[in-house]
Design a binder for this molecule. Structure first.
Ligand code: ZN
Ligand code: ZN
Length: 455
């Protein structure tokens, strides 16, 4: 058994590569990362639950303003048109674009509200040391709501729409837009305290059982890491021999949060391929069909695809915003297809390559995933703002719903991908190369000191 460094307080299993990592109390500006795959395990935040609750309360006030007040008012030759987030969604529904309306409602209204609700209830339970059942439910929901909350993308969409509209009329920024900007900043502050940190806070208050491994584990057994199961939902480490579970033909539930315990995500590769191919199918009409159509009093309607919209922006001199739309709508989806395809193939064909680099690629892809929704939000806002009967109007095109659906499927594909399979394939390839020696334990022993990085 390797010696464990004196300052290490606890051992945890990295959720991205199954390495055992020793952690100690972090100082200001420090981040604890996995020494094997580089995944961030914990970051110093310095916030108490009560301070975070105050941030939540401010966020709720901003949220009410976002929902109640107009985002922007457009003045075209004395004709005024204003829109709030609700009115944009209602306009999409009423104009027959149900899928686009529902996507905007779910990602820009319902999930931001849900995220704030679950974080507030979790922090309140932690502060009050009460209602552990509500706390567990809220903590399980935090990451789901956070992954699909696209309010920041919607805000960028408003800004892009405003830049496009400066050429046709005067714009008046509403209280809704100012509040939305503050709300996005507050949600970013809350996002620094991830679900893992909230679970740790609940552990410290004695509301939930401790999640980590005992400080001294026997790594002499080459399959020792298979004797532990980490809960995908809450990070709780369970001592449960995989072979016994397989023999029983069933998987137990996490004793802390109730989620089903699995060694790896179920049918990860097959589901990932299916979702990726479905996304690819939607990607074709998303680029070929018009995403919006513009019409004016004296001219027939003009249809714009995503690419022609970028070219128009560039020609009109807004090259900065043209680059933003190009990256979000055209480059990011292609990067996601290539990266995810590459990762799936590298696992299936055991292409060793640089496995740590592949793990970084996966995390980067997860981070940029939702920003592709930008153009869909831009079109929803333009359609809601520019509909002056007979004078000028913008209509949502057929590409908007196929593009939005493509983004949803690529995000689902990324969420079904299990990054630990990269390391499994790597270990198996190493084991093959060493004629079945003890490669299965390579790099998985407890580190003698914490991997730290200055933030
Ligand atoms: Zn790791
Ligand atoms: Zn759990």
């Amino acid at each position: 058994m390797p010696p464990v460094a004196d300052d290490i307080e606890r051992l945890e299993v990295c959720s991205q590569c199954d390495s055992v990592v020793g952690l100690s109390a972090l100082q200001k500006g420090e981040t604890a990362c996995c020494g094997r795959c580089g995944h961030e395990l914990e970051r110093f935040h310095g916030w108490t639950p009560r301070q975070l609750l105050a941030v939540c309360l401010t966020a709720w006030i901003m949220l009410i303003h976002v929902l109640a007040y107009p985002l922007v008012t457009l003045d075209v030759r004395g004709n005024l048109q204003s829109t709030s987030i609700w009115e944009s969604i209602l306009f999409a529904w009423e104009s027959g674009n149900m899928v686009v309306g529902w996507m905007t409602f779910l990602t820009a209204v319902l999930l931001p509200v849900s995220e704030l609700a679950v974080i507030t209830s979790a922090l309140w339970c932690i502060s009050a040391r009460a209602y552990p059942r509500v706390l567990v439910w809220a903590l399980r929901a935090v990451e789901v709501a956070r992954n699909w909350n696209m309010l920041a993308v919607f805000l960028l969409g408003v800004l892009v729409a405003l830049i496009k509209l400066t050429t046709i009329g005067q714009l008046d920024i509403g209280l809704g837009l100012v509040s939305m900007s503050v709300l996005v900043v507050l949600l970013a502050v809350l996002a620094r305290v991830d679900a893992h940190t909230l679970w740790r806070m609940a552990e410290e208050k004695g509301l939930v059982p401790q999640s980590h491994l005992p400080l001294h584990i026997d790594t002499a057994d080459p399959r020792w890491h298979r004797k532990f199961l980490i809960c995908h939902s809450c990070g709780m480490v369970h001592s449960a021999p995989q072979e016994d579970l397989q023999a029983q033909g069933r998987m137990p539930a996490c004793t802390r949060c109730g989620a089903t315990l699995r060694h790896r995500k179920k049918h990860s590769l097959a589901r990932c391929w299916a979702l990726l191919i479905t996304a690819l199918v939607f990607y074709i009409p998303a680029n070929l069909l018009p995403i919006m159509a513009t019409g004016t009093l004296n001219e027939p309607p003009t249809e714009h695809t995503i690419l022609s919209g970028v070219v128009d922006l560039y020609r009109s001199g807004s090259w900065g915003i043209a680059i933003v739309v190009f990256v979000a709508s055209l480059a990011v989806p292609v990067i996601k297809f290539l990266v995810l395809g590459w990762l799936l193939l590298s696992i299936q064909f055991k292409w060793l390559g640089n496995v740590a680099q592949n793990a970084v690629l996966f995390r980067a892809m997860e981070l940029i995933g939702q920003w592709s929704m930008l153009d869909v939000f831009v079109v929803v806002l333009l359609a809601a703002l520019v509909h002056f009967d007979g004078l000028m109007e913008v209509k949502i095109g057929a590409a908007a719903w196929s593009f939005g659906t493509m983004v949803v499927f690529t995000m689902l594909a990324a969420q079904h991908f299990d990054p630990r399979l990269l390391w499994d394939a790597y270990d198996e390839a190493c084991a093959d190369a060493q004629n079945g020696n003890t490669a299965g334990t390579m790099d998985r022993s407890p580190p003698t000191e914490e991997a730290r990085e200055s933030a």
